[in-house]
Design a protein around this ligand. Structure first.
Ligand SMILES: [Zn+2]
Length: 96
């Protein structure tokens, strides 16, 4: 992750330990994902053995880790980092 945005110079880590809170957002993502996968396995596979649930949830959790990490940090930055959309930089961002 770069230290700041190459277009508008927004600092991506406003203060040390800023992304500690992203852990809780990531936890929410993971929990929701596990509930959805568990329900899908239950209804699509007709309530199989417990190891099928565990394997399905584990595989999806590992595959979704990059998504989870990035979007929890992005949400943290937007919700608590004082980052706002500024149309002045929109064109510069598209040009790259
Ligand atoms: Zn920017």
């Amino acid at each position: 992750m770069p230290a700041q945005c190459p277009v508008c110079s927004q600092a991506y880590e406003p203060e040390p330990g800023f992304y500690w809170g992203a852990m809780y957002i990531s936890f929410g993502f993971s929990t929701g994902m596990m509930l959805v996968i568990g329900a899908l396995v239950y209804y699509l596979l007709g309530d199989p053995d417990t190891w099928v649930y565990i394997m399905a949830v584990a595989i999806v959790a590992v595959l979704m880790t990059p998504f989870n990490l990035r979007y929890s940090r992005t949400l943290m930055l937007y919700l608590f980092g004082g980052v706002n959309y500024n149309p002045q930089y929109a064109e510069a961002g598209q040009a790259r």
